[in-house]
Design a protein around this ligand. Structure first.
Ligand code: MEV
Length: 439
């Protein structure tokens, strides 16, 4: 690859041509990026404008997972994910629990946070005095920015001065709590924080006891925190153990429940298992987050920090067996939005929200957490009964057959042959070759 100046100034075709000219194996070949352009230019422009230096669209499967009962209401959930088995596993779990009372979900809290991180080299006491005298003035300085959000029932919930000097010299924070209603609210929070940073500096400058005595307040940065443990939702399923039914005809409900509970306990104590366990939960969560145009990086980052909140990374879900009842639950922070951002701009995110009956942010928190729990249930159920590969490989077989451009008849044949055989790329390729030679 060569260096290039002004890449962003090139038009889309020029960008593709430059890229093709840089990759030896793609001489006379533009990778086919144009094939994935939307045929409607206006629609394509929507996607182009989401980001920078856009040259094409990257397709992911958009799947549907039906049969979720959440607090008695039925949902059909759109999921965007490339990994085979995820939608199937979540859907099987949804159906399994539909017959056993469905999912029960509750939003515990919806507070989001951000900080003005700053340095102050003067006396601590003076800073705290200044803050208590000027707190309401600081809040007034953002009146114009919060007015709309306040009209919708949200706004700033609290602002606190935090002393962090025991961790880093001269380091303090203004810790600000927000309610952003149905918006994810990142832009709102960051604008308010930046204004608070300016006002903090300004009013400190004007505050008589500070003048000429100490160094200035130095604002280092103003930014929301994606760690939102107070934006919490809980979802669970519960049924008498005997209602769990028999598994694969050879495992009793009681044995299944005990093995399942133990698997969840292992994820609570062993980081190797915990990360994979939580990855399974996020298979479900991320897929709905993507389908609804929310920010999956923020949700993942927060979820993993939350999993380590007591200093040890643990599985996020819990299982209990008490008085003959099997209960499986997940409490997870999910800072989501159903207005603003991509939610209405991306045509499929908009469609997803419509499919979900246009939920508000709290309802979406319940749905997303529930799909995470359903996904986790499906994975553990497979792990402690048949093993994960049976279902996985069935789906993977289809991917391999597609890669080999197998015909419909060859696909049907391969499905039968590999019913009880280990699936591998080479084994499937050999089988297809064998069939081709026979015909
Ligand atoms: C695979 O994407 C996810 C699982 O590994 C999750 C788990 O092990 O719980 C199946």
């Amino acid at each position: 690859m060569n260096k290039i100046d002004g890449f962003s100034k090139l038009n889309k075709q020029e960008k593709i041509n430059w890229l093709a000219s840089q990759v030896v194996s793609s001489e006379n070949n533009s990778f086919g990026f144009e094939r994935f352009w939307h045929e409607d230019e206006q629609e394509q422009k929507i996607f182009d404008d989401f980001s920078e230096n856009t040259i094409s669209n990257f397709y992911f499967p958009y799947g549907i997972s039906p049969n979720y009962s959440i607090n008695g209401k039925m949902y059909t959930v759109p999921m965007v994910i490339e990994e085979s088995s995820v939608v199937a596993a979540a859907s099987l779990s949804a159906k399994f629990w539909l017959k056993r009372g469905g999912f029960h979900a509750k939003v515990i809290s919806t507070t989001k946070k951000g900080q003005v991180h700053f340095s102050w080299q003067g006396e601590k006491e003076k800073l705290f005095n200044f803050f208590s005298v000027n707190k309401s003035e600081l809040l007034c300085s953002v009146n114009d920015l919060v007015a709309n959000m306040e009209n919708r029932g949200g706004g700033i919930r609290d602002i606190t001065l935090i002393d962090k000097t025991n961790m880093l010299d001269h380091y303090y924070q203004l810790d600000v709590k927000f309610d952003t209603c149905d918006a994810m609210g990142a832009n709102f929070i960051n604008s308010v924080l930046e204004r608070l940073g300016q006002s903090l500096k300004q009013s400190a400058f004007q505050y008589a006891p500070f003048i000429d005595v100490e160094k200035e307040i130095e604002v280092i940065m103003c930014i929301l925190s994606n760690y939102t443990p107070e934006c919490l939702v809980k979802t669970y399923v519960e049924c008498p153990i005997e209602d769990l039914g028999d598994f694969s005809g050879h495992m009793s409900a009681k044995d299944f429940a005990a093995r399942f509970e133990r698997a969840v306990k292992i994820a609570k104590i062993d980081v190797n298992r915990a990360v994979t366990h939580n990855k399974g939960i996020f298979n479900g969560i991320d897929a709905v987050i993507l389908a609804t145009g929310n920010d999956f990086r923020a949700i993942e980052a927060c979820g993993h920090a939350f999993a380590a909140k007591d200093g040890h990374y643990r599985g996020l879900s819990s299982c209990s067996i008490k008085n003959g009842l099997f209960r499986f639950e997940l409490s997870i922070p999910l800072a989501l939005g159903t207005v603003g951002g991509l939610t209405k701009l991306h045509p499929l995110a908009k469609a997803s929200l419509e499919i979900l009956d246009n939920p508000d942010a709290k309802e979406l928190m319940k749905i997303v957490a529930t799909v995470g729990l359903a996904q986790n249930f499906g994975a553990i159920k497979s792990l402690v009964t048949t093993g994960i590969q049976k279902g996985h490989m069935k789906m993977h077989l289809l991917n391999i057959l597609n890669q080999l451009s197998a015909t419909a008849a060859q696909i049907e044949h391969a499905k039968i042959v590999f019913e009880d055989k280990v699936v591998s790329f080479s084994a499937v390729r050999e089988e297809i070759k064998k069939v081709q030679l026979l015909h």
